[in-house]
Ligand binder design. Structure first.
Ligand code: ACO
Length: 323
């Protein structure tokens, strides 16, 4: 039986930073409203780079930190809802940019849950015994799918990428998993769904392909449904002491309420949405990589972390990982 472990982490964000005050010059909003409702203070915005550029930076950094050559990789999975194009995949471009000639590469989309879903799938690839090393990356340029005249969504998101190197291990590191979808609530969060037209098409296209969101419904879903699932997992695995909870960085109020609901010390919930906003599939791996850089997480097998992501689909996924 093979096991998988996260052996390296990395993140990257575009240089250009947009503060809440910057946004309030073009939108009817304020730093006070955005900070108090979301916890977000600023976000990185790509001016020249696509998702594949961000993901390639992360991939190069992962190889450099782990002193691996690109041809040692067996697979590259990128999770994104903002691919450069429908075809080719972002992962294929990353593979080409790296020259990772032995790796197969593909994208996986599960919105904000994408990285957690992709990590769970990648762990199975390694556990199968057929593959030894792979990259799992979450990368987004959310700024390119936002309606920048809509204050209710434009202030929430940011661009960035994060990822991990997954390798074989003799010990079990992926301790528990719960992946879920509630497809009957897909309309709460959508983007890019303007529809494709053909001369034969008789369906009416949506007016806009920008991201739209029923913020209240999403908030309620996270507090009721996702918290319940986290509590259940913690109950089922009482023997596992969790050092840190790394939840999708959508909104600080979600973290506050969740910590209360599942009765966990709020200090154990790491946060960086103040500097990044919501980076969708990139949010959990950016937070993980930053936490390693800050020395909170050591990558030496001594800690247990709880990864949780939730968003469009609706989807949500939880993993307990020894790291
Ligand atoms: N600046 C100033 N006022 C604003 C802004 C803004 N940027 N955006 C909305 N408002 C106004 C609204 O127009 C409304 O005004 P009105 O009362 O005069 O009509 C008022 O603020 C309240 O609007 P609500 O939408 O009810 O605000 P709410 O308190 O629900 O907060 C928020 C909105 C922050 C989006 C909240 O619903 C939320 O946290 N939802 C969670 C979903 C989330 O974070 N989604 C991100 C993507 S999904 C994901 O990643 C899981």
């Amino acid at each position: 039986m093979s096991f998988a472990k996260i052996s390296q982490v990395a993140h990257y964000a575009p240089d250009h930073i947009v503060s809440n005050d910057d946004l309030s010059r073009s939108l009817d909003t304020s730093d006070e409203w955005i900070s108090s409702r979301t916890g977000i203070k600023s976000r990185h915005i790509s001016q020249t780079q696509d998702t594949s550029d961000l993901a390639t930076e992360v991939a190069k950094s992962l190889l450099k930190k782990s002193q691996l050559s690109a041809d040692e990789l067996d697979f590259i999975i990128v999770s994104t809802i903002t691919p450069d194009a429908n075809m080719p995949s972002v992962a294929a471009k990353v593979q080409g940019n790296l020259g990772a000639s032995n790796a197969f590469a593909f994208d996986m989309a599960a919105a904000c849950s994408g990285f957690v879903f992709a990590l769970a799938m990648a762990e199975k690839l390694i556990a199968s015994g057929q593959y030894q090393k792979g990259l799992v990356i979450g990368a987004e340029v959310m700024s390119k799918i936002l309606d920048w005249t809509d204050r209710s969504t434009a202030v929430l998101f940011g661009d960035g990428a994060g990822g991990v190197l997954l390798e074989t291990s003799e010990d079990k590191h992926f301790l528990a998993e719960s992946l879920n979808t509630k497809g009957d609530q897909w309309s709460c969060l959508q983007s890019g769904s303007k529809g494709l037209n053909s001369p034969y098409s008789q369906t009416k296209a949506r007016e806009s392909s920008y991201l739209t969101m029923d913020g209240r419904a999403v908030f309620d879903f996270t507090i009721k449904t996702v918290s319940k699932d986290i509590s259940q997992m913690l109950d089922d695995h009482k023997d596992m002491a969790i050092d840190f909870f790394l939840l999708h960085q959508a909104n600080v109020r979600i973290l506050d309420k969740m910590a209360k609901k599942i009765v966990v010390d709020r200090e154990k919930f790491l946060a960086n949405m103040q500097d990044y906003g919501n980076t969708s599939a990139a949010s959990v791996p950016i937070l993980l990589s930053e936490s390693v850089d800050k020395g909170l997480i050591a990558l030496d097998g001594s800690q247990t972390i709880f990864l949780s992501a939730f968003g469009g689909g609706l989807t949500w996924g939880n993993l307990i990982v020894k790291i």
